[in-house]
Write a protein that binds this ligand. Structure first.
Ligand SMILES: [Zn+2]
Ligand SMILES: [Zn+2]
Length: 229
């Protein structure tokens, strides 16, 4: 929690970016890069989307949801790694076994599994907010063990053979590798302003004019970068 609380504040340091054309400047604080941080997941998702779009094939994709019974989900509070690991394995094996059945599809398939620990009770039932301790407790329930992968690939999409399999499928389907994959526009409020982005005032190039360390305040009198509401 401490890393997330400090994310994009003076506690983690940062830099001041200045426009080479109009003189506009703003402070950009460093991010915590914690995979559970809501502020940092936007850029991670932005990088993940083009990578997955690269692998898209001109075939039909299906979305299947496997949900743990409430009684078993309760156990996950104590044995997240073991239980979620088994959920990944059981759901992928179910899809691949049924697909391989000659009476059904009779084919090898690929699976990309994403673990969601947020239920509809939290996402679709907004409260006028909770007591601080209860809010933190509910949040920590969804923090995964160190090193646990929330997204996994199986079958034809297993990491070790994915590129070769996709290339082979494209050859069999006689389709080219997409030169320019269509990627949905990222949501504006979660995009951090970096030097790759131009000046928000005039479109000129932005450069670092000052770097400040953890816990320090910038000397330049610039406002923090405006985040969209
Ligand atoms: Zn400018
Ligand atoms: Zn963060």
């Amino acid at each position: 929690m401490s890393a997330i609380e400090a994310c994009r504040t003076e506690a983690l340091g940062g830099h001041v970016a200045g426009c080479a054309k109009c003189g506009h400047s703003h402070i950009a604080y460093n991010s915590c890069k914690n995979r559970h941080c809501p502020k940092c997941q936007g850029p991670a998702a932005r990088d993940w989307m083009p990578a997955r779009a690269e692998d898209l094939l001109p075939v039909e994709y299906f979305h299947a949801v496997f949900t743990l019974p409430a009684e078993i989900a309760q156990i996950a509070y104590w044995i997240k790694k073991a239980l979620y690991g088994r959920l990944f394995k059981a759901s992928a094996e179910t899809v691949m076994t049924i697909s391989a059945d000659p009476k059904r599809l009779g084919a090898r398939v690929g699976v990309t599994s994403v673990l969601h620990t947020w239920g509809s009770a939290l996402t679709h039932h907004p409260h006028m907010r909770l007591a601080t301790f209860e809010l933190i407790r509910r949040y920590l329930v969804h923090v995964l063990p160190d090193g646990f992968h929330r997204i996994r690939h199986y079958g034809l999409l297993a990491c070790s053979t994915r590129k070769a399999n996709i290339a082979k499928i494209r050859a069999l389907l006689c389709v080219q590798h997409p030169e320019h994959a269509v990627v949905p526009e990222p949501v504006a409020e979660i995009i951090p302003l970096t030097l790759r982005e131009p000046c928000p005032c005039c479109g000129g190039p932005m450069r670092i004019i000052e770097i400040f360390r953890r816990g320090q305040k910038p000397i330049s009198r610039s406002p923090p970068r405006q985040q969209a509401a």
